[in-house]
Write a protein that binds this ligand. Structure first.
Ligand code: UD1
Ligand code: CA
Length: 462
């Protein structure tokens, strides 16, 4: 099999996005457009991947520094965006002298499937074409380049702005995705001119040039035209996002997950959800999140890069980030599990409880209004309402260590660093500044004094 050299065009500004962020870095379900394109090409095991960047090139390089694919990426810069033909020319330094097929992809066409790319390469090799164009039938072809055929064969491509009224009626459009035989490519690109409405070097002009040179140009038409949708505006970004979400939700339901309302369920592409889990409306599962089986995730929950066990109940408006939650846990409503936390099996974290870099042991409970930061809480320990770990002294963070089977009375402040031994008992309202030994009662509060008849005496004075 011939080597496949992938080139992705991503130098354009994306003017219609009206954004400081380059178009190809805008995201759909957790992955940028360019990451989606790279992931689609990856199964073809390309010999090289070249990205043509220009506008905000550094932002793109930084964003892809930890690439989603395991292959090296080469970057070439198109200083001025003089058109798609000019953009591909920038890859000459990397590809000239090599042999095989150039698979040309567009950084803003994220729905393309690997199967389509395979079909494109197969068609291209079988027809021994110099170029093969992916086309689609569109009922509303406005804005796309049109495929002009003579005697059934592709003759050239005309852009919307350069098309005659008759050509504008053509419904077969250019996807902007192509396979090229490498050998004649760069010489032919040199002969592309700028005699068009935009004064740009149009890559699609290569089709006409090759046909004049009597070289074979083939086409491959996608079955579902949605696949080649390009993103040029925020509206298109939203429309394509909805399509990606719908497809992901259908996969989840096919795998045994109940979605009460798929239209308002937002599950990123890499998220895994176990069977018999029920997801209520307006739930966000993001990044590398893993949800176990038979969980119930209620409305308004947002879970980011976290692992949730089986049979977990996440009640409304709970936020979990970069944390691990065991089996049979209850979270929320309104719980906030911040990065670096571990919640043990069967633990309960109730309303308005915030954890940060804190681990709760098996069966531990913090049911109401608490802040536990930089803390370790043992097995079956009960943290009373209003408990606060004072983990920060204004300069550094300190640890609170709470043993197994501890009872922390309501409204206690635990001034870190401090350790409560196994089975310790903290009186409600204590300010705990010293370690409490195992099994001991810790009381850190002023003794209550009652003044008999005080009310009466005050009234008499007045
Ligand atoms: C292009 C095609 C059109 C096709 C459509 C499909 C041309 C002239 N037209 O139009 O036939 O129907 O795609 O979506 O090719 N880019 C660069 N450098 C440049 C110009 C563009 O890297 O100088 C990149 C853009 O960042 C983008 C891609 O090339 O990723 C396509 O460019 P764009 O301007 O979006 O082309 P369209 O007008 O959509
Ligand atoms: Ca485009």
């Amino acid at each position: 099999m011939d080597d496949i050299h992938v080139v992705v065009l991503a130098a354009g500004k994306g003017t219609r996005m009206k954004s400081q962020v380059p178009k190809v870095l805008h995201r759909i379900s957790g992955l940028s457009l360019i990451e989606r394109v790279l992931l689609t090409a990856d199964p073809l095991a390309p010999a090289s991947i070249t990205l043509v960047v220009g506008h905000e090139a550094d932002q793109i390089k930084t964003a892809l520094a930890r690439s989603v694919v395991q292959r090296p990426l080469q970057f070439v810069t198109q200083e001025q965006q003089l058109g798609t033909g000019h953009a591909l020319l920038q890859a000459r330094q990397v590809l000239e002298g090599k042999s095989g097929v150039v698979l040309l992809l567009s950084g803003d066409v994220p729905l393309l499937t690997s199967n389509t790319l395979r079909s494109l390469i197969d068609t291209h090799l079988q027809s021994q074409a110099a170029a093969t164009v992916v086309t689609a039938e569109m009922t509303r072809p406005f804005g796309y380049g049109r495929i002009v055929r003579t005697s059934g064969r592709i003759a050239r491509i005309v852009e919307e702005r350069d098309a005659s009224p008759a050509q504008r009626k053509i419904t077969e459009i250019n996807s902007g995705i192509y396979a090229f035989e490498l050998a004649p490519l760069f010489a032919a690109l040199d002969s592309i001119g700028t005699a068009n409405n935009q004064g740009e070097y149009y890559l699609p002009d290569l089709v006409g040039i090759y046909r004049k040179q009597k070289r074979t140009v083939a086409t491959w038409t996608v079955e579902r035209a949605e696949e080649i949708r390009g993103i040029n505006s925020r509206t298109e970004l939203a429309e394509v996002s909805a399509m990606v979400r719908q497809q992901r939700n259908e996969e989840l339901m096919a795998a045994g997950v109940t979605l009460i309302d798929p239209a308002t369920t937002y599950v990123d592409s890499d998220v895994v959800v176990g069977a018999d889990t029920v997801i209520h409306p307006c739930v966000f599962l993001e990044g590398s999140t893993r949800i176990g089986a038979a969980c119930e995730i209620h409305s308004g929950a947002r879970i980011v890069n976290s692992t949730i066990g089986d049979r977990v109940c996440v009640r409304n408006h709970t936020v979990v980030t970069d944390s691990t939650v065991g089996d049979g846990v209850f979270l929320g409503p309104f719980a906030h599990i911040r990065p670096g936390s571990q919640v043990g099996d069967d633990a309960h974290v109730g309303n308005f409880v915030e954890l940060k870099k804190t681990s709760l042991g098996k069966g531990a409970k913090a049911n109401h209004l608490a802040y536990l930061g930089d803390a370790t809480v043992g097995t079956a320990t009960n943290v009373g309402a209003g408990t606060i770990t004072c983990n920060y002294d204004g300069e550094t963070k300190h640890q609170t260590v709470i043993g197994d089977g501890v009872f922390v009375g309501s409204n206690s402040t635990l001034v870190a660093p401090v350790t409560l031994g196994d089975g310790a008992y903290i009186a409600a309202g204590s300010a705990v500044t010293k370690d409490v030994p195992a099994g001991a009662l810790g009381i850190g509060r002023a003794r209550q004094e009652n003044k008999e008849g005080w009310r009466e005496k005050r009234r008499n004075k007045a």
